[in-house]
Design a protein around this ligand. Sequence first.
Ligand code: SF4
Ligand code: SF4
Length: 334
Amino acid sequence: MTKTKFLELINFLQKNHKVYGPVLDRANRLLVREIKKTEHLVLDGRLTHYSFKNLFLPDCEPLFDYDHQKLKEPNYSYEKRAIVGMTISDLKALELYDQVFAKDPYYQERKRQTLVIGYGIASKKSYSEELIYVQQFEENILEHIKFDIFLELNSDKTDKIFNGSNLIFVGSEEGMKVLDGFGYKNYDKIEYVGPIKEEGLDRTMMAINDKMKKSYTKKIWENIGKRCIECGQCTLVCPTCYCFRIDDEPSLDRSKGKRVRCWDACMYHEFSEISGKTRLLKNTEQRMWFWFYHKFVRIPEKYKIPGCVKCGRCSRVCPVDIDFMKVLQDVLKS
Ligand code: SF4
Ligand code: SF4
């Protein structure tokens, strides 16, 4: 599929979907926004600054209203959307969300209304340093990730990404219906066979898992605990962080109000506060350890998939230059 044809597909989708995808802001950051004009869509291999999670789990979401003793039924009618430009790591993260929020009606309904269009780059030969986060194809990767439509970008002779003959895959009935409706038949169908086995508790994962369990008191946490300023940026941009808090927002006389679910992060010191102002995670060092423990021990053990999709967003945004992959290496060496 040529670039022009793909942009026509976006126009076609816009007739009955709100289409979201990566666009550049004034500061040259790639953000996920509604695509009003197809020329604004940027698919060049770079990861978006924030992940796509806000579209599936809004940063603050009203769950229901109450009025005196009456509970107002939540409204599950969400807009029909197409989300374009999720990379392979973003799609892997979504798989974790599917499991964590398997029984959450808000997440599930929103997901049902969403057409997911992922993309990857066939080769990164001679691409600039800026594209270090490009997710290249691993062998048979598409069988292991869920999507409706997937675009494999190929370069032209001058190495211009997207300008070559791009390949299209469908991974669901919905994806197929859309392409059929658009009148495009030249696609391959991919059967989903489940998450990548090796990425469950493979040897590296097992080693990290084991080391993390024994590393609670290690110097590593003390060292990065001293540097971290608890800004929470790493968790905001991370596509696999999903912790939230529940806030009740009552009216002044407390007769009415609403319950809201908002993102939270274990990097904040109030996160582990329980009644009596006791904090279970007492200092930055413990909070750092806890963040890694959740990603590399609890999530893999519970869901059998990694709690980190190696996108690198956390290290990229950290204002004190904590390199999370380097921390992992230190854990493995410890
Ligand atoms: S690399 Fe960092 S931001 Fe990306 S998934 Fe792993 S922990 Fe989250
Ligand atoms: S981004 Fe860096 S400084 Fe901010 S909370 Fe995360 S580790 Fe700490």
